[in-house]
Design a protein around this ligand. Structure first.
Ligand SMILES: CC(C)(COP(=O)(O)OP(=O)(O)OC[C@H]1O[C@@H](n2cnc3c(N)ncnc32)[C@H](O)[C@@H]1OP(=O)(O)O)[C@@H](O)C(=O)NCCC(=O)NCCS
Length: 311
């Protein structure tokens, strides 16, 4: 792409990356939702509420350092010396049908530089990285506004998911879950992220443990290993939602064919024990609908995973 260079990002790029992300915020609000105020009057946590760690140069640098140390990838696009776009990627290898993929976990182009081929250049650079690593596809979970862009650069909808809300409540458990917050990602162990697939299994494993600011570090979360009644090993995860801390997001890494009902009941039980009122469960269609009906869960929202096969 003429005039655009792409290179790996480093934490030293944080100020430029923060400018890219902040360019899409129309108004900075007190507490993320209140009155409109100047950016500089907000705390780093209030800035975070507008879109995550990229909204502040310091939290962005620390976040990127952890991201790269964990073995994930990040690219920046430049016009001259100016950073005009950023993309982050996670390589993952989950059992069929997910496979070995490079997942585009984030892609932003500075608002002043959209429509000039920057986004496409970052996707193509990601495709080159993916091929070099032997991945079979790129995947992503786009915001609905970005779906036309992803279609233009070769992605198609691939996986349909629905978020449901379950009450936290005790069930008789088939196994006693063992808490293990520090365990490394069980890469290549035949487990797939089957509940909470907002991104891929490895991405959500990383994100569950991300505590970039004191206000987030104090929110309850946890990761447990357990066995299903059939003996299959699973991992369970819970984390509080920052703006609704009585609600948790729930995660289950399990073999592709395992019955999820006992895992979901374990999550409900763990959520009750951690003091949550509800746990949100993102389940794949169409099976998730049956489970939701069986457990009487309340529909929240739809999410779609997109995929581009690599030749
Ligand atoms: C979505 C985004 C990354 C696109 O980047 P970009 O640099 O503007 O896109 P490009 O100029 O490379 O466009 C590539 C193709 O997609 C098309 N496209 C881009 N945005 C589009 C849109 N909103 N609707 C329809 N087509 C679009 C372009 O016309 C172009 O088509 P062509 O090459 O066939 O002419 C950028 O607009 C952005 O950062 N948006 C805000 C953040 C965001 O939504 N990120 C994605 C989060 S999942």
């Amino acid at each position: 792409m003429r005039g655009i260079t792409i290179r790996p990002a480093t934490p030293a790029d944080a100020a430029g990356i923060t400018a890219v992300h902040c360019s899409h915020v129309r108004a900075w609000r007190r507490g993320g939702r209140g009155e409109v105020v100047p950016y500089d009057t907000l705390s780093p946590y209030e800035q975070w509420l507008h879109g995550g760690p990229w909204m502040n140069g310091e939290t962005c640098a620390a976040y990127l350092e952890r991201w790269l140390r964990a073995g994930h990838l990040a690219l920046v696009a430049l016009r001259g010396e100016t950073i005009v776009g950023e993309a982050e990627f996670v390589e993952d290898d989950e059992p069929w049908p997910y496979g070995c993929v490079l997942h585009v976990s984030l892609l932003f182009v500075h608002a002043d530089y959209t429509g000039q081929g920057v986004g496409r250049a970052l996707v193509e650079a990601g495709a080159e990285l993916a091929r070099a690593r032997g991945c079979e596809a790129l995947t992503t979970q786009p915001e609905s506004e970005a779906e036309p862009f992803y279609r233009r650069v070769g992605f198609e909808p691939w996986l349909w998911l629905r978020e449901w809300q379950a009450p936290a409540r005790e069930h008789p458990l088939p196994d006693r879950p063992v808490r293990d917050d520090d365990a490394p990602y069980p890469w290549g162990s035949g487990l797939a992220l089957r509940v909470g697939r907002y991104q891929t299994g490895r991405h959500m494993w990383h994100e569950l443990a991300e505590r970039p600011l004191p206000e987030l570090a104090q929110l309850p979360w946890g990761r447990w290993r357990a066995r299903l009644p059939g003996g299959e090993r699973v991992w369970l995860g819970l984390r509080a939602q920052p703006l609704a801390p009585s609600q948790a997001d729930g995660f289950v890494w399990a073999p592709p064919q395992a019955d999820l009902r006992p895992a979901v009941e374990m999550l409900q039980t763990l959520a009750a024990r951690l003091g949550f009122a509800y746990v949100d469960l993102l389940l794949e269609e169409p099976d998730g609908r049956d489970l939701a009906a069986a457990l009487g869960l309340e529909f929240q929202t739809d999410v779609t995973f997109w995929r581009r096969e690599l030749k």
